[in-house]
Design a protein around this ligand. Structure first.
Ligand code: B3K
Ligand code: ZN
Length: 878
């Protein structure tokens, strides 16, 4: 079945159709009478008409049961005074100002979508971004309506020890006569998406932060009972983020209290509700016993991200949801800067570059391709994407490069001076940057409207006997919704080396060639055959570089480049080149290819062994790119063949570097100090576990005992998981027995068990689908819990190449069956989990046919959510 784009039944919203609201809500008093089965919500709003011609007020509302509605003192009657619509209600009034009272009920316990107000794990929790507030009460649920909220929470359950909302607590009656009421007042006008309510029993960790102007802020962290010991790292991270934002952007916190609540049932990482962040417990809870170094890193990054939103998102918010990257791209860029300062510039950068290459490039090459500021949206939840977030951050990073650190800061200051307290657009942001610096950013702005990954083809040729010309050509291929593409502003940081590894003078400012048009050239005073360019250093623009390297050139960069990023990139390119060669030689059936591989790996290994770099850099250089990041490297790729080609390269590397890795491994395993999340320890553990993982691929029998010993002696989760991952590679019985031990030890810890489910899901057992069935019956598993679904089904679909891409299509069918069930429980999670099917066009035709058959099956399912429907329709049109 193919769907034509003109008959698509989807109701979309278009960016260009934006109209300001007819009315605004100045204040709203919300009263919640809590009950899991039926919560009564009373909303008293003071409303002002903005459009003097308007006699109709539309209020969004979804899954609500309306009890009564009143304007001032007059009770309204249906059809005369208001009309119920599918997506809200229409109210007829020409009053310039009035008080609206709406009473309705909702059913938190039945809300498995985890959007709006829901009840899970004996606690109430809300999630309103983007359009969840309309599932709480009838409201102008759009980000450009900013109101002052006062919230009263009434509970009749004594067990609800905390009744929390945004802002400052102004009344707490205590539990008396069978109920308790807490009243919260948030003095800052905010859009409804930043509203939050949490109620239930938690343990609380408290701390304090004194701002640069001397104001004391109370910090409160709420976690499940018994988990206080796992909360300190999150609180420490918060304090670091608060002082970093003061030092780097002069931004101070504005309320008297900052609260964070960790919950197990949450659709994404966290949410920046004003003064009351809600977090997925995965990004809060951490101690040596349960969290890896990577978990510690992520907790710090997500805590900072949500904190930074207080200015970039909350104080200055988005006019409409098409502008989402205004707050997300900018806040991701800020959290990336923070992580680089806290930990390591290089490792942080590499991890973000990997996300771009593995996920964002794939999204931009598939049916969901959209600009960082989308033009058309059916379901907003579908646009919290790697494009809006991560490519958005890369665009901000280019602005930072273009204007310099001081210029960027001037622009930020101007942005806040102009727009504090407002809901604005991406154009407003760029205009502030432009005006503060007297720059012309009109050409740069194209990055906001154009989708797709630009490719930059670099060709090298002789110019006379003694010169070389590097010509750069930008290729912007048409995408589904944009037939015409424009050339973009592309800064390419580069260095060139001669045959002796000496840096060639490029005469470029900051080593950066700026492309302002479709093509440009760089002339170097060195003969062609001697030139090796190291291109797109630091990933200076979100583009794909096409340059045909030889292995010798890459080895020159690894040896001579002055910066570690370039060395890493060259080693990465070398792996890709070798994997492609094996893939092309029909999966290694060709003996010459094997011999060639041995020789090439030998050269690469020698270059690596000769490096004198920091342990974390070496760890990155020893990490062969993931299969996922390689899919974009080969047209119509056969994923299983690629998996085997990659495996072969890793095995060869492992055998060649065996002694080198053993030496590092044994050195780094000696005299471990008590666990601390601090640079030196983290970097050493990273190299140690990378070596162990690589060693696990070798044929040496000495490795299995090392793995088992590391597991047994591990006194922290990084080492335990490092051993487990290595054991999984060896595919012997050790893995199964360690997994049993792990489950016995951590079976009660929901966050830790996510790691266990993910490991199970990536297993290369031939009966993996039967295993997935069994695992779903595990007492810790629940389809209602997004973390569990992501760990098990997500890890399988995203990372289990052999299981998911089985040639009989059973992996694709398995995921599709699951999606059909999950869509009824939680459409947002179902929609995210669909991603591996969306990218079918990059696979070989056999895989494409099998995936499309499943997409068609899904398309035929009655009552599918808007979330899934939007994606499938786009996939099938492509
Ligand atoms: N702003 C939230 C994401 C909301 C997602 C809604 N489906 C988290 C963040 O980016 O900080
Ligand atoms: Zn964010």
């Amino acid at each position: 079945m193919t769907i034509s784009s003109t008959t698509s039944p989807l109701l979309s919203k278009k960016r260009r159709d934006y109209t300001p609201p007819s009315h605004t809500i100045e204040t709203v008093d919300l009263r919640f009478e809590l009950s899991p089965q039926e919560t009564k919500v009373t909303a008293v709003s003071t409303i002002k008409r903005i459009d003097t011609q308007s006699s109709v007020l539309f209020l969004d509302g979804k899954d609500l049961c309306l009890q009564s509605i009143k304007i001032d003192d007059q009770i309204l009657t249906e059809n005369d005074d208001y009309k119920m619509l599918d997506n809200g209600l229409e109210l007829y009034t020409s009053l310039a100002t009035f008080t609206l009272t709406v009473v309705n009920t909702i059913k938190p316990i039945e809300n498995t979508s985890l959007e709006g107000l829901y009840y899970s794990n004996n606690a109430y929790c809300s999630q309103c971004e983007a359009e969840g507030f309309r599932k709480i009460t009838y409201f102008l649920d759009r980000p450009d309506v900013l109101a002052i909220f006062t919230v009263s929470i009434v509970s009749t359950a004594e067990a609800d020890t905390y009744l929390l909302s945004n802002g400052n607590l102004i009344t707490d009656t205590g539990f008396e006569n069978g109920e308790r009421t807490c009243v919260w007042e948030d003095p800052f006008p905010k859009p409804s998406y930043l509203f939050a309510l949490v109620a239930g029993h938690f343990d609380k960790l408290v701390d304090e932060f004194t701002t640069q102007s001397g104001k004391k802020i109370a910090l409160e962290l709420f976690v499940d009972e018994g988990r206080l010991g796992q909360g300190q790292h999150a609180l420490d991270s918060l304090k670091k983020a608060m002082s970093w934002d003061e030092q780097n952007y002069g931004l101070e916190y504005d309320l008297d209290i900052y609260m964070i609540v960790a919950v197990d049932f949450f659709n994404m990482g966290a949410m920046e509700n004003k003064g009351l962040n809600v977090f997925n417990s995965k990004f809060v809870l951490a101690d040596a016993h349960t969290a890896t170094d990577e978990d510690y890193f992520n907790v710090e990054a997500v805590i900072a991200h949500e904190y930074f939103h207080n200015w970039t998102g909350n104080r200055v918010t988005c006019r409409d949801w098409f502008q989402l990257s205004l707050k997300e791209g900018l806040t991701v860029f800020r959290d990336q800067q923070f992580s680089a300062d806290m930990y390591s510039d290089l490792v942080t950068r590499i991890s973000h570059v990997n996300v771009m290459r593995e996920n964002q490039f794939a999204e931009d090459a598939g049916p969901m391709s959209h600009p960082i500021r989308p033009d058309e949206v059916v379901e907003m939840s579908n646009f919290y994407t790697v494009t809006v977030y991560n490519k958005g951050a890369e665009v901000i990073r280019m602005l930072h490069t273009l204007l310099g650190k001081a210029g960027f800061r001037k622009g930020m200051d101007e942005y806040f001076a102009r727009h504090d307290g407002q809901a604005v657009t991406c154009d407003d942001f760029v205009n502030a940057m432009q005006d503060a610096n007297g720059a012309d950013l009109s050409h740069f702005k194209r990055w906001y409207s154009q989708s797709g990954t630009p490719r930059v083809r670099v060709e090298q040729a002789s110019t006379g006997d003694s010169q070389t010309t590097l010509s750069f050509t930008q290729i912007n291929t048409p995408t589904r919704t944009q037939a015409q593409k424009q050339d973009l502003y592309v800064p390419i940081k580069l260095e060139c080396f001669d045959k002796n590894g000496h840096k060639v003078d490029t005469r470029l400012k900051n080593d950066t060639l700026v492309m302002n048009s479709a093509s440009t050239a760089l002339v170097l005073d060195v003969p062609n055959e001697q030139i090796t360019p190291s291109l797109l250093q630091d990933f200076s623009a979100p583009v794909l570089i096409e340059y045909d390297y030889t292995l010798s050139q890459l080895l020159i960069i690894i040896e001579f480049a002055g910066n570690d990023y370039a060395k890493w990139e060259a080693s990465h390119n070398a792996y890709i080149m070798l994997i492609k060669e094996i893939y092309n030689a029909a999966n290694g059936a060709n003996n010459n290819a094997d011999m060639q591989l041995r020789q090439d790996i030998e050269k690469l290994a020698t270059a690596i062994k000769n490096l004198t770099v920091a342990p974390e850099v070496l760890a990155q250089i020893l990490s062969v790119p993931s299969a996922e990041s390689l899919y974009s490297q080969i047209e119509k790729v056969d994923p299983i063949m690629l998996y085997h080609a990659r495996h072969k390269v890793v095995v060869q590397l492992s055998n060649t570097l065996h002694h080198f890795c053993i030496r590092h491994y044994l050195r780094l395993s000696q005299n471990p100090r008590p666990y601390a999340y601090e640079k030196q320890q983290v970097n050493n553990r990273s190299l140690k576990n990378t070596c162990l993982h690589l060693l696990a691929h070798s044929s040496a029998e000495t490795v299995a005992p090392l793995i088992a010993l590391q597991y047994k002696n591990a006194h922290n989760m990084s080492d335990r998981l490092g051993a487990l991952k290595a054991a999984q590679v060896t595919q012997d019985d050790t893995f199964d027995s360690l997994m049993i031990a792990f489950e016995e030890q951590f079976g009660d810890d929901a966050v830790v068990m996510d790691k266990w489910f993910a490991m199970q899901a990536k297993s290369s057992k031939t009966d993996i689908l039967a295993h997935l069935d069994l695992l779903q019956a595990h007492q810790q598993y629940s389809i209602k819990n997004p973390n569990k679904v992501r760990s098990l089904i997500g890890s399988f679909a995203f990372y289990n190449t052999l299981g998911f891409h089985q040639i009989d299509g059973s992996g694709y069918k398995y995921l599709t069956d699951y999606l059909i069930t999950l869509d009824k429980v939680n459409p947002q999670i179902a929609s995210r989990l669909m991603t591996p099917l969306m990218q079918f066009s990059r696979y070989a035709s056999t895989n494409q046919v099998l995936i499309k058959a499943q997409l068609n099956r899904l398309y035929g399912v009655k009552g599918l959510s808007k979330d899934l429907f939007e994606k499938i329709s786009k996939a099938l049109i492509m």
